[in-house]
Design a protein around this ligand. Structure first.
Ligand SMILES: Nc1nc2c(c(=O)[nH]1)N[C@H]1C(S)=C(S)[C@@H](COP(=O)(O)OP(=O)(O)OC[C@H]3O[C@@H](n4cnc5c(=O)[nH]c(N)nc54)[C@H](O)[C@@H]3O)O[C@H]1N2
Ligand SMILES: Nc1nc2c(c(=O)[nH]1)N[C@H]1C(S)=C(S)[C@@H](COP(=O)(O)OP(=O)(O)OC[C@H]3O[C@@H](n4cnc5c(=O)[nH]c(N)nc54)[C@H](O)[C@@H]3O)O[C@H]1N2
Ligand code: SF4
Ligand SMILES: [Mo]
Length: 744
C-alpha cells in the first residue's frame, strides 16, 4: 500500500529492496511521511526476512538532503533550480536541433546499473532508444556481465538465459571470481547466500572459492585456491581438458540436445592441466581434482561472476563455466545450474519453445575503434573517443540515465574531459555527482520509496521462481513525474511531438499497438480487460497474465495476475527451478551449442598468451558490504565506520616495495596514478593488490556532502579504456599491471 499523504499514524508497509540483485522483501515502519524502521520481511516468500546493511539505508537515501528533488539547468556554468516544464523546454530547445543538423548517431545514451532495478527506466528506455535511432548506445553492461550474456546467447540462444546454481539442492559449489557474501549474488538472485551456504555445508556439501583474494566468500568456503588475476581461462580450459582426458564427460539427458562435443574436445587438446598450471597459479593435480570432484558429485555446479567477466577472456571464461556444467551432467539438473522460469518478461518463455533465431553480434560497429555491437550496444570504453573524434557520426549530445561512468568506467578523466566537449547533455539521476555535474539539465529520478517495484530483470536469475510487487510507499510530490514519464517525454521531444505532449495518451496508443501485434484477434478483449490500469502497472499485468504462470485473461483461472500478487503480502512462490531443456532453448538448431565458432576461434588468444611474461604486481577490484558501486557513499548509515578505501597488499609485496600499513602509497599505470592508503593483508595472493572501485568523490561541482568527507581514490582512474574483451566489448577491470611505491 501507499501511505496516504495526510496520514500521521504509524503504518507497516512492504517493499522489495532495489539496491542489489538479491531483491529482498523489506518491512518498513512508517510514521506519517517518515521511515522509522526497516527490517527484513519474514513473510516474504522469496527472501524470508533476510536484510543486509544496505537495505536499511533506504531511509537515508529517501531522506538524503543531497538527493535531487527539483530539475537543475546549467546557466553560465552554474546549476539553477527549474520547474519540470522549464527543464523539458530546455531539452526541446537544444536537443532536436543537434539531431537535425548531425543525424541520429550524434546523440548517445549511457545507461547505468540502477536502471535494472527501476521498472519504469528499464521498461521504457527501449522506446527512447528507438526514438533516437542512434547506434551510440552504451551501458554499464560492458563493465559487467556482457561476456556472460554473449556466451549464453551463443550457447542457449537468448542473451538472458543464464543458468544459476540451484543452491538449496546442491552438494558442491565451485565459486570463481564472485563474492556473494558481500555482493549478495549477481546473475544469481539469492538472498541470504550466507544462510544457504551454511545449510549446504551442514548437509555435508562443500564449497570451493577461487579468487586472487581470500574473500569473505572464500573465508566461509571449505577450500580456497588463489588464482592469478585474468588467468581463469587457463584453469577452466585445464578442467575441460581433464574431463576429456580422464573420460569423465557425462552429458546424460543432455546428449541428444547438444551440438559440438567433438569440436570442443579437439579445440581444448593443447590445454592440458599440466600446461595451464603455471599461468593460472594453480597446480595441475589441483586443477584435475576440481574437475573430478565436479564430475563425481551428483548435485554440483560451477558459478562465476565479475572476476571472470571483467577480463580479457571474459566471454571465453563465461562459456567454459557453462561448458563444465554441461560436460559433468549438471546443467538443467536439480542441484546443478538451472534455468529460472520468470513469471513475466523473459524472452526465453516467449515464442516457439525449443528453437529460435539465436543471437548475432556486429550488425553495426563503433565508428572510431570499429568495435562490434553486442546486444545492440557498443563498449562503454569507446564513449570518450566517439565524443572526441570529429567526423560524420560524432557524438555531440548525451543522455545519461542512472549512470556514473566518470567513476565507474576506466579512465574517467578522459571521459570527463570529453563530456565537457558535448554540445548538450541531459542526466536522469538522483544526484549531482561526478558524471551529472557535466550535464546541462539534470532531471531527478524518484526515490525508490516513491516508486512501484517489479523485478523485470532479476526474476530471470532467481534461484527459486516467484512473483512479487511493491506499491510506492510514499506519494511523489505532485509535480514530480515518475521515471517512465520522464523517459517518455524525452522520446516524444526527439520525435518532434513537443515537450507538452500528453505522454499518458501516447503510452496508451503504444501499448495498444503492442497488444495488437502480439495478441492479434484477442487484442480488443485484452485491452478491455486492462482498461482500469495504465503505465507500468498495465505492462506488468499484461506480461504476468500472458506469462508462463498467467491466468490468460480467464482461460486459466488458477493462473496469476497483478491483482493476485498485490493481494499476497509476501508475494507468490512459484516453486523450485525445474528442468527446462529443450523448451528453454532459442538457438537456430534447437540444441545447446557447445562449440560456437566465434569462441573456438578466440581460443587462439589464450594459446598465444601462454608465452606472456607474468607481471610482478597487478591490481584487482573489491566490493564492500557498505557500498553499492559509486553512489552510496553519501548515505550516513553506510558511510560511518572505519576508513575502507584501502589497497590490500600482501606482506611480501609490502616489504619488497617498502610499503607500511596505514601509510600512503602511489599506484601508477604509466602516467596515470592514484594515491591510496595501504592495508597489509594476508588475504591477498602475493603479487596482487586489491582496491575497491566506486570511490574518488573529491571532484568540484558535485553535491554529495557526506561522500566528499571521505572521498577515497578512484581505481578506475588507473584502468585503460582501450583494454577490452574483443568479443563482448567488456572492459578489462581486473589484472592490470601496476607499479606501487610509498609516498611521504
Ligand atoms: N574497477 C571496477 N569498476 C567497475 C566495477 C568493478 O568491479 N571494478 N564494476 C562495474 C559494474 S559491475 C557496474 S554494474 C558498474 C556500475 O556503473 P554505473 O551504473 O555507471 O555506476 P553506479 O555507481 O551504479 O551509478 C549509478 C548512478 O545512478 C544514480 N541513481 C541511483 N539510483 C537511481 C534512481 O533510482 N534513479 C535514477 N535515475 N538514478 C539513480 C546514481 O546517482 C549514480 O549516478 O560499475 C562498474 N565499474
Ligand atoms: N555490497 C555491494 N554489493 C554489490 C555491489 C556493490 O558495489 N556493493 N555491486 C553489485 C553489482 S553492480 C554487481 S555486478 C555484483 C557483482 O557481484 P560479485 O561478482 O559477486 O562481486 P565482487 O565482490 O566484485 O566479486 C568478484 C570477486 O572476484 C575476485 N577477482 C578479481 N579478479 C579476479 C580474477 O581475475 N579471477 C578470479 N577468479 N577472481 C577475481 C575479487 O577478488 C572478488 O572477490 O555485486 C552487486 N552487489
Ligand atoms: S541484500 Fe541487496 S536486496 Fe537485500 S537488503 Fe541488502 S541491498 Fe537490499
Ligand atoms: Mo554490476
Amino acid at each position: 500500500m501507499t501511505v496516504p499523504a495526510n496520514t500521521a499514524e504509524e503504518t507497516t508497509v512492504h517493499r522489495i529492496c532495489p539496491l542489489c540483485e538479491a531483491c529482498c522483501g523489506l518491512e518498513l515502519k512508517v510514521n506519517g511521511q517518515h521511515v522509522v524502521g526497516i527490517r527484513g520481511h519474514k513473510e516474504d516468500v522469496f527472501s524470508h526476512g533476510y536484510i543486509c546493511p544496505k537495505g536499511a539505508s533506504l531511509k537515508d537515501l529517501h531522506e538524503d538532503p543531497d538527493r535531487l528533488r527539483t530539475p537543475l539547468i546549467k546557466r553560465d556554468g552554474q546549476f539553477v533550480e527549474a520547474t519540470w516544464d522549464e527543464a523539458f523546454a530546455e531539452i526541446e530547445r537544444r536537443l532536436p536541433p543537434i539531431l537535425k543538423e548531425h543525424g541520429p548517431d550524434s546523440v548517445a545514451s549511457v545507461v547505468g546499473n540502477p536502471t535494472s532495478h527501476k521498472f519504469g527506466l528499464m521498461m521504457y528506455f527501449p522506446r527512447l532508444a528507438k526514438a533516437l535511432g542512434t547506434r551510440n548506445l552504451f551501458s554499464a553492461s560492458t563493465l559487467d556481465q556482457m561476456p556472460k550474456q554473449l556466451s549464453v546467447g551463443l550457447m542457449f540462444g537468448n542473451w538472458l538465459s543464464v543458468p544459476v546454481p540451484d543452491i538449496e539442492r546442491s552438494d558442491f559449489l565451485i565459486i570463481i571470481g564472485a563474492n556473494p557474501m558481500v555482493s549478495n549474488g549477481s546473475l544469481w538472485t539469492v538472498p541470504d547466500f550466507r544462510g544457504k551456504a551454511k545449510a549446504l555445508r551442514a548437509r555435508g556439501g562443500r564449497i570451493v572459492a577461487i579468487d586472487p583474494r581470500r574473500s569473505e566468500t572464500a573465508a566461509v568456503a571449505d577450500e580456497h585456491l588463489f588464482i592469478r588475476p585474468g588467468a581463469d581461462v587457463f584453469l577452466l580450459l585445464g578442467m575441460v581438458h581433464a574431463l576429456f582426458d580422464e573420460k569423465l564427460v557425462r552429458l546424460g539427458r543432455l546428449a541428444e540436445h547438444t551440438n559440438g562435443l567433438d569440436e570442443l574436445e579437439a579445440a581444448v587438446r593443447d590445454f592440458s592441466a599440466e600446461r595451464m598450471a603455471e599461468r593460472c597459479g594453480i597446480a595441475a593435480p589441483a586443477i584435475r581434482a576440481l574437475a573430478r570432484e565436479l564430475a563425481q558429485t551428483e548435485r554440483a555446479a560451477l558459478y562465476g561472476r565479475i572476476g571472470t567477466c571483467t577480463q580479457e577472456y571474459g566471454t571465453l571464461c563465461s562459456w567454459l563455466i557453462d561448458v563444465l556444467n554441461v560436460l559433468t551432467g549438471h546443467l538443467d539438473c536439480e542441484g546443478g545450474a538451472m534455468f529460472p522460469k520468470a513469471a513475466a518478461f523473459a524472452v526465453n518463455t516467449m515464442g516457439k519453445p525449443g528453437s529460435g533465431r539465436g543471437v548475432v553480434t556486429g550488425r553495426r560497429k563503433s565508428r572510431v575503434a570499429g568495435a562490434p555491437e553486442v546486444m545492440g550496444e557498443l563498449p562503454i570504453g569507446c564513449l570518450a573517443e566517439e565524443i572526441e573524434t570529429a567526423g560524420a557520426g560524432q557524438v555531440k549530445a548525451l543522455i545519461s540515465i542512472a549512470s556514473n561512468p566518470a567513476l565507474s568506467a576506466p579512465n574517467g578523466a578522459r571521459l570527463s574531459a570529453a563530456l565537457d566537449q558535448l554540445d548538450f547533455m541531459v542526466s536522469i539521476d538522483i544526484y549531482q555527482n561526478e558524471t551529472t555535474r557535466h550535464a546541462d539539465v539534470i532531471l531527478p529520478g524518484s526515490s525508490p520509496l516513491e516508486d512501484l517495484h517489479f523485478d523485470l530483470v532479476f526474476q530471470q536469475f532467481s534461484h527459486r521462481n516467484h512473483a512479487r510487487f511493491s506499491a510506492p510507499v510514499f506519494a511523489r510530490a505532485a509535480a514530480h513525474p515518475p521515471e517512465w514519464e520522464i523517459i517518455s517525454r524525452i522520446a516524444a521531444i526527439v520525435q518532434g511531438k513537443g515537450a507538452q505532449v500528453d505522454v499518458k495518451q501516447l503510452d496508451d496508443a503504444l501499448f495498444a499497438e503492442d497488444v495488437k501485434r502480439s495478441a492479434g484477434p484477442h487484442a480488443e478483449a485484452i485491452l478491455a480487460a486492462l482498461a482500469g490500469l495504465s503505465g507500468p502497472e498495465r505492462q506488468i499485468d499484461y506480461a504476468l497474465r500472458t506469462g508462463p504462470y498467467g491466468d490468460m485473461f480467464g482461460q486459466k483461472p488458477d493462473g496469476i495476475n497483478l491483482a493476485k500478487i498485490k493481494a499476497a503480502p509476501g508475494g507468490i512462490d512459484l516453486g523450485a527451478m525445474q528442468p527446462r531443456i529443450p523448451e528453454v532453448l532459442r538457438t537456430a538448431s534447437g540444441k545447446i551449442e557447445l562449440a560456437p565458432s566465434m569462441l573456438i576461434a578466440d581460443l587462439a588468444r589464450p594459446a598465444a598468451d601462454l608465452q606472456r611474461a607474468i607481471p610482478d604486481l597487478v591490481v584487482i577490484g573489491r566490493r564492500q558490504v557498505r557500498s553499492g558501486n559509486s553512489w552510496m557513499h553519501n548515505l550516513p548509515i553506510l558511510a560511518k565506520g572505519p576508513y575502507r578505501c584501502t589497497a590490500l597488499v600482501h606482506a611480501q609485496d609490502a616489504q619488497r616495495l617498502g610499503l607500511s600499513d596505514g601509510a600512503m602509497a602511489r599506484i601508477a599505470n604509466g602516467p596515470r596514478s592514484i594515491d591510496v592508503q595501504v592495508e597489509i593483508s594476508d588475504e591477498m595472493m602475493p603479487g596482487v593488490v586489491s582496491v575497491p572501485h566506486g570511490w574518488g568523490h573529491a571532484m568540484p561541482d558535485t553535491r554529495m556532502a557526506v561522500a566528499a568527507e571521505r572521498p577515497g581514490a578512484n581505481l578506475n582512474a588507473l584502468l585503460d579504456e582501450d583494454l577490452r574483451d574483443p568479443l563482448s566489448g567488456n572492459s578489462v577491470l581486473s589484472g592490470l599491471a601496476i607499479e606501487m611505491r610509498s609516498i611521504a
